[in-house]
Design a binder for this molecule. Structure first.
Ligand code: 5GP
Ligand code: ZN
Length: 113
């Protein structure tokens, strides 16, 4: 399968991996938009939020537990951070393997652009 994030999971493309569990892996975004910008992905290939199935709920939940742990390790848990997932091109999704962006370390505006 021609998926960039599956290739990172397979070790075929290098990444700065900072977290691993049975179901999730996290690495630093190659083009960070904040002092902390980490992508949390499931080991299972799921293309978009629209493709999440009822049996994936534990996997998807584990992405948030990863985000929680990463935020604490990065020292941004108390000040605040954003954990956001884009769905399809209209929302800015460019890699079609779901990923939670964990952003923090600077003030974050709302609503996003
Ligand atoms: P999306 O636009 O799909 O929500 O987010 C994709 C993210 O993946 C972008 O923030 C982009 O910078 C990041 N990205 C794209 N290619 C690579 C890569 O090869 N390595 C890493 N670490 N991040 C990548
Ligand atoms: Zn994939």
């Amino acid at each position: 399968m021609d998926c960039l994030f599956c290739k990172i999971l397979a070790g075929e493309i290098p990444a700065d991996i900072i977290y691993e569990s049975d179901t999730a892996v996290a690495f630093r975004d190659i083009n960070p938009q904040a002092p902390t910008h980490v992508l949390v992905i499931p080991r299972r290939h799921i293309a978009t939020i629209n493709d999440i199935e009822p049996g994936d709920t534990a996997i998807v939940g584990s992405l948030y537990l990863a985000a929680q742990e990463i935020a604490a390790a990065e020292g941004i848990a108390e000040d605040g951070y954003r954990a956001v997932m884009n769905c399809n091109e209209g929302a800015g999704q460019s890699v079609f393997h779901i990923h939670l962006h964990v952003l923090g370390g600077r003030p974050l505006l709302w609503p996003p652009g």
